[in-house]
Design a protein around this ligand. Structure first.
Ligand code: G2I
Length: 452
């Protein structure tokens, strides 16, 4: 599967645009080659990751997840409620799928998460347990899950979100039932189940130096002094546009100086919708400064985004009116934020101009056995169209069988799709999408498309 990744990056190199085959009508000066983020990160000795949803790891989503990132975190699949929805009834399907995908793509997996107050099964949260029963439930859970994936998980978020904003311990099922010792116990049990996995405590609003991050700092220091197996801290980094803490790098450094690794585990940067070019440029600068802060500290080992596409982000559901928090838009086109990450990793990419052009972006929306559904989205900004034609050449024998919202013809490997009678006009700021079904076998690489 590495060859697929190389194939994509070669295509990017040839076209001078990102992996999705977007092409500009008003052709800009050629952009520097888009080296995949994982290669840029590797050259800095860093790992770049994304949270993923197992069922989506196919088509364009799978191509990007596999080609751009060197680490995957299951967004939900390894949480207690996902893996043991009924007591003793385990479902590892999605977690296994993500681990298998990661292995096939030479990627690390960050296990997330073993001990949390959210997304626990109702049999657990509704039960009435003595302290001894609760401890044994937790020990069994950790031994079972960590043991199942022994040798396959680079790092575990063992304990997630243990603190309140003021640095006191959060009242949870675990803290209330077991006291603060649940943290040391969980780490010890996880270490026993997989001595090679790096064990983390992970929290949000601990990116800058503040009361909460200082409580985490003091906890880690004390765990180290007691000889408890703690290898790292995860700074989630669910940030707001323009609000990257100025003390981020200093904070990362103070944890590193304690002798633990640091990871940015859930990076996203949300903005009030709608997005516009000013906000997207600010977001790019914010992504750059977060990634650069990690790159500057040797022990900051991993930056993971919490979903790489705006179509797979928790933000709009949780913060109504906010979104656009990830590096790719909902149509899988890389945003300025993508180039902001690349820049911080030493990449020489520059974003395509966001004004004065119409672009066409090809994506595979679903793929099965020998057929797939794809779409091309034409978007205009600072320009408009009264008619359009999108062409591409298939490199692996794909064959269009049906199209809608365009008239497509295929001759040999050459495909040409012209607007239908009703959708030739694309206004400045507007977009038009057409779709198609096609057959494939062997591989289904994304072609470079030309808009004319
Ligand atoms: O809330 C954002 C993150 C904060 N740090 C810990 C992370 O584990 C957490 O991730 C999010 C997931 O991205 C969401 O996808 O955790 C949420 C739950 O607190 C996840 O949302 C849940 C929805 O609430 C459920 O309704 C849904 O069934 O996702 C589930 C699966 O799609």
């Amino acid at each position: 599967m590495r060859s697929l990744r190389k194939g994509l990056s070669l295509a990017s190199l040839l076209t001078g645009v990102a992996t999705l085959g977007a092409v500009l009508v008003a052709a800009p000066a050629a952009h520097a080659a888009d080296t995949p983020l994982r290669d840029l990160a590797a050259a800095q000795g860093k790992v770049i990751g994304t949270a993923v949803t197992g069922s989506k790891l196919t088509g364009t989503y799978g191509d990007i997840a596999g080609s751009q990132f060197s680490s995957l975190t299951p967004g939900n699949a390894m949480k207690w409620g996902s893996v043991e929805p009924t007591r003793g009834g385990f479902d590892w399907t999605e977690a296994d799928q993500i681990v298998a995908f990661a292995q096939a793509h030479d990627q690390q997996v960050r296990g997330h998460t073993l001990v949390w107050h959210n997304q626990n099964p109702s049999w657990l949260t509704n039960g009435s347990w003595t302290s001894a029963q609760l401890g044994s439930l937790l020990q069994n859970h950790i031994s079972t899950e960590v043991g199942r994936y022994k040798g396959k998980i680079a790092a575990w978020d063992v304990v997630n979100e243990p603190f309140n904003e003021d640095g006191t311990y959060r009242s949870t099922l675990w803290y209330d039932g077991l006291g603060a010792d649940y943290i040391a116990d969980a780490l010890t049990w996880a270490h026993a189940a997989d001595p090679a996995a790096k064990l983390y405590i992970n929290d949000y609003n601990v990116e800058g130096v503040n009361a909460k991050s200082t409580a985490l700092y003091n906890l880690v220091k004390s765990l180290k002094q007691q000889g408890v197996p703690i290898d790292g801290v995860g700074l989630q980094a669910h940030l707001i546009l323009g609000q990257v803490p100025s003390t981020l790098r200093e904070n990362i450094q103070r944890f590193a100086d304690l002798g633990v690794d640091v990871a940015i585990t859930e990076l996203d940067i949300r903005m009030a919708l709608p997005a516009d070019s000013t906000k997207l440029a600010q977001q790019a600068a914010d992504f750059t400064s977060v990634v650069a802060a990690c790159a500057a500290v040797t022990r900051c080992v991993n930056v993971t985004v919490w979903g790489f596409t705006d179509s797979d982000s928790w933000v709009p559901g949780t913060f109504p009116g906010y979104g656009a928090a990830t590096p790719y838009d909902e149509n899988y086109s890389p945003k300025p934020a993508y180039y902001g990450i690349a820049e911080a990793l030493g990449g020489s990419t520059t974003p395509p101009p966001t004004n004065g052009a119409c672009t066409a972006a090809y994506s595979v929306t679903s793929q099965w056995n020998t057929a797939f559904t794809g779409q091309v989205k034409i978007t205009c900004s600072g320009a408009s169209l009264s008619s359009w034609k999108v062409s591409w050449t298939y490199g692996a024998g794909q064959q269009i069988t049906q199209a809608w919202n365009a008239t497509c013809t295929q001759s040999g490997s050459a495909v040409s799709c012209a607007n239908a009678s009703y959708n030739g006009s694309v206004a400045d700021g507007g977009s038009v999408t057409f779709g198609f079904n096609a057959s494939w076998s062997g591989s289904n690489p994304v072609p470079t498309v030309t808009l004319s």
